[in-house]
Design a protein around this ligand. Structure first.
Ligand code: ADP
Ligand code: MG
Length: 320
């Protein structure tokens, strides 16, 4: 357990100067049950929830930040220690694993983007099954949380994929915990819930399928674009933090905006633009090819060359 997580457990909302029992109650009702959730909130949102002035809200947020030492410095030694634990999760395809440097990395966000039917949800299902595998088989010997925004989780598909790997399908299903997110606010709240669940279960993979659909649907029009990006930014940082704290893989999907006037054939513009791009460590663009084949291209990774590979989506799952 990291030091900051331990501190979060000890300190309560009432420890923040300016928060009395009544305000704490209001905050808990709104889903803010630890200091971190307040520390990363915006003064405006907090002011609305607690029915207090924005400047008071800003003071509370700063106090919460101080209490949990957010934005503080971590020693190089601590970072090295944390990074020593980085693990890799197989995607089911050797070629795809190699493309991204040996599999899906823990303490990082990997984003799969592509048009409808390009295989994003299939890859998410396969990763969920694989995460339950022992390390020797490319797994993380863990459990999985999936935030499903489009109601595309299919337990039957998990059964198929688990069976193909000689796993007990029932046992596999027990290790995959799914929550429907009904809107973007709910989706963000589910990351808090995820942190709670991860205190009881060895969660090593958090899937958000789709990361952007609700945000895109809710924030329409030019004026709200900045707000959307801000919310998305906050969401991504909470996801990344989950990955760091629990040494988990974060896998997100993102449907590309269809651009009928696209110059280059493929509508390769992921929703969320540079916000998602700068926070995701690995971005993989998927496009359909013939007969169940998909082409995966690694796009702007910090340490790996831009390259492509071919994967197949089969009855058994994701394969070379
Ligand atoms: P999206 O990128 O929209 O999430 P999906 O991951 O849902 O796309 O991919 C859907 C595609 O996956 C289907 O069109 C089909 O080609 C393939 N697929 C789904 N289930 C199976 C299966 N049981 N066997 C083989 N291919 C499948
Ligand atoms: Mg999908």
């Amino acid at each position: 357990m990291s030091a900051s997580k331990a501190i979060q457990k000890e300190k309560r909302l009432e420890d923040i100067p300016g928060i009395g029992p009544a305000t704490a109650e209001k905050l808990r009702e709104a889903g803010y049950d630890d200091l971190m959730s307040i520390a990363v909130e915006s003064p405006k949102a907090l002011a609305e929830i607690c029915e207090i002035g924005e400047s008071t809200a800003a003071k509370i947020i700063n106090a919460a930040k101080e209490l949990i030492d957010i934005g503080g410095f971590e020693s190089g030694e601590a970072i090295l220690e944390r990074r020593r634990n980085i693990a890799r999760l197989t995607t089911g395809s050797k070629a795809l694993d190699e493309l991204i440097g040996g599999g899906l990395e823990t303490q990082a966000i990997t984003e799969f983007y592509g048009e409808f039917g390009s295989g994003k949800t299939q890859i998410a299902h396969q990763a969920a099954v694989n995460a339950t595998l022992p390390e020797e088989r490319g797994g993380l010997n863990g459990e999985v949380l999936m935030i499903d925004t489009e109601n595309t989780f299919r337990p039957e598909r998990i059964v198929q994929m688990a069976t193909a790997l000689d796993l007990n399908p029932q046992e596999t299903l027990k290790k995959i915990h799914v929550a429907r997110a009904f809107n973007s606010a709910h989706q963000m709240l589910l990351v808090e819930k995820a942190n709670e669940l991860a205190r009881e279960k060895p969660i090593r993979l958090l899937i958000v399928d789709s990361l952007t659909a609700h945000f895109r649907a809710e924030y329409v029009g030019r004026g709200t674009l900045a707000e959307r990006q801000q919310a998305l930014n906050k969401h991504m940082h909470e996801l990344l933090r989950f990955g760091d704290v629990h040494n988990a893989v974060i896998l997100c999907t993102n449907q590309v905006a269809a651009k009928p006037d696209a110059f280059f054939g493929d509508p390769t513009r992921p929703i969320g633009g540079h916000i998602v791009g700068h926070t995701a460590t690995y971005r993989i663009y998927l496009r359909k090819s013939k007969a169940g084949k998909r082409i995966a291209r690694l796009v702007d990774s910090p340490s790996l060359p831009e390259a492509e590979c071919v994967i197949s989506v089969t009855e058994e799952g994701i394969r070379d």
